[in-house]
Design a protein around this ligand. Structure first.
Ligand code: 4AD
Ligand code: MG
Length: 432
């Protein structure tokens, strides 16, 4: 069996003659020498064909290659100090698998709508490549982090009857004789997991029928939600800080190449790896905004421009703690020092990114939670199973949710979360 070398492993094969399987992204020739830009899904680099080194037939075949032609290639890996990647392939032979003219996503500038319509092909380009590699690092880093912290991965259902985050943004579907909703959050099931296994995290798609066309909203996005039995809110904040420091550090360690493709300055991410996130009281945040001349009162929720303003004041993520009860969901535990607020926190990312995570200590007292459900106008019957968690073996517990695409958008410095997921779902887009 032939061993194919991946482009990203070039450094290990300098001076060797190797076989690779590649696609062509671009091509340039100057008479007797041809430069083929190659990719194989692991990285991008350049192949060089000299007329004098190959048969006339091979040279002519290379000349006739179109963008996205796929082929096997044989050649010698050389160091190439002039390229960012550092290596190139001196090609001696190639065998074409597919070669067709007219690949729509050319190397010219395209508008975003065109690119999104061709997302199934656009994903082969450098920029989506870099973003998806970073997404993969963040996924792996998340799983590794929670494993080290003694958590297990616990899977929440996606079809559900109970609404964890209020009833206005639910996708509804018929479900045989009854109704179902697509999950907005796995949290209520995560709380089940915490009482069964101590520390768990869920990680999967969530759905919000939000009619918001902002650069921060998808209708289908991935959320990661840890839930910790016996843990109070302060310890949860410590955990959130360690978590963000770790996953950001992993990207800095593993994705230098990708950050460079994106033109993302790694130094902007460095402070996050040090932890020490500011814990800003909600009331303080309101004051900061008022002093900056913004129209906002105690009790208001922050708009995106408010969050962006606050998020520009810091060089790393920070917490806003203890929001008013009126603007947060029913399951949170009231702050004993000020019952108009909850023991909760949102994490805002710097550089204007705003909310990337949110969480709280959960109300663990049966009677209090029941009253909060009633106050929120929710049906006790639907939430009966959830109340069982407070009837039997209830303990103090806390948790939070990370919006995966929001974190990716910040780490990669994207203008819009739509680039952070392979196939974005938005109000006006469900294809491809
Ligand atoms: O703040 P949210 O609504 O919190 C929850 O769902 C809780 N149950 C989490 C928990 O405590 N277990 O959503 C959590 C995060 C937000 O901070 C945000 O980053 C992201 O999910 N998010 C979205 N991301 C993309 N598109 C949307 N429409 C989003 N809505 C929320
Ligand atoms: Mg939130």
């Amino acid at each position: 069996m032939t061993e194919y070398v991946a482009i990203k492993d070039s450094a290990k094969h300098v001076g060797e003659t190797v076989k690779m399987h590649v696609w062509l992204t671009d091509k340039r020739s100057s008479g007797k020498i041809m430069f083929l830009q190659l990719r194989d899904g692991s990285a991008f680099f350049q192949g060089v064909i000299r007329k004098e080194d190959v048969s006339e037939e091979t040279f002519q075949t290379a000349k006739g290659l179109h963008q996205e032609a796929s082929f096997y290639v044989t050649g010698t890996i050389n160091e190439d100090k002039r390229s960012k990647f550092g290596y190139e392939l001196q090609i001696s032979d190639l065998e074409v698998v597919s070669n067709r003219e007219g690949f729509p996503v050319t190397n010219k500038e395209h508008g975003i709508d065109f690119l999104l319509d061709h997302r199934h092909l656009w994903l082969r380009s450098r920029r989506p490549f870099a973003i998806m590699q970073i997404r993969n690092t963040l996924f792996k880093a998340t799983v590794d982090f929670f494993e080290k912290e003694g958590f297990i991965k616990f899977d929440a259902p996606l079809l559900m009857h109970t609404a964890p985050e209020g009833t206005t943004e639910l996708f509804h579907t018929e479900y045989f004789e009854t109704d179902a909703y697509l999950s907005q959050s796995g949290q209520l099931y995560g709380e089940v997991g915490a009482e069964a296994f101590g520390k768990i995290f869920t990680f999967g798609p969530t759905f919000r029928a939000e009619a918001s066309k902002t650069r921060r909203h998808l209708t289908e996005f991935w959320m990661m939600e840890p839930e910790m039995a016996w843990m109070h809110q302060d310890e949860s904040l410590d955990l959130q800080e360690r978590f963000l420091a770790y996953i950001t550090g992993q990207v800095l360690e593993k994705n230098q190449y990708e950050l460079e493709i994106l033109g993302r300055d790694p130094e902007k991410l460095r402070p996050t790896t040090e932890g020490n996130f500011v814990r800003l009281d909600y009331g303080e945040a309101i004051k900061m905004l008022q002093e900056a001349g913004r129209e906002i009162q105690w009790g208001d929720d922050f708009g995106a421009p408010d969050e962006a303003y606050l998020a520009n004041q810091f060089d790393r993520p920070f917490f806003i703690v203890n929001y008013p009860t009126a603007i947060k969901p029913f399951y949170m535990k009231k702050n004993p020092e000020n019952p108009k607020t909850y023991l909760c926190a949102d994490v805002l990312a710097p550089e204007g990114y705003g909310e990337i995570m949110g969480g709280s200590e959960r109300e663990s007292d049966y009677e209090v939670l029941k009253a909060q459900l009633e106050e929120a106008g929710l049906s006790l019957e639907t939430y009966n199973w959830y109340l069982d968690l407070r009837r039997y073996g209830s303990v103090p517990h806390s948790g939070f949710g990370m919006g995966f695409e929001r974190v990716i958008a910040w780490i990669c410095k994207l203008d819009h979360v739509r680039e952070a997921i392979p196939f974005p779902r938005m109000m006006t887009r469900i294809e491809p």
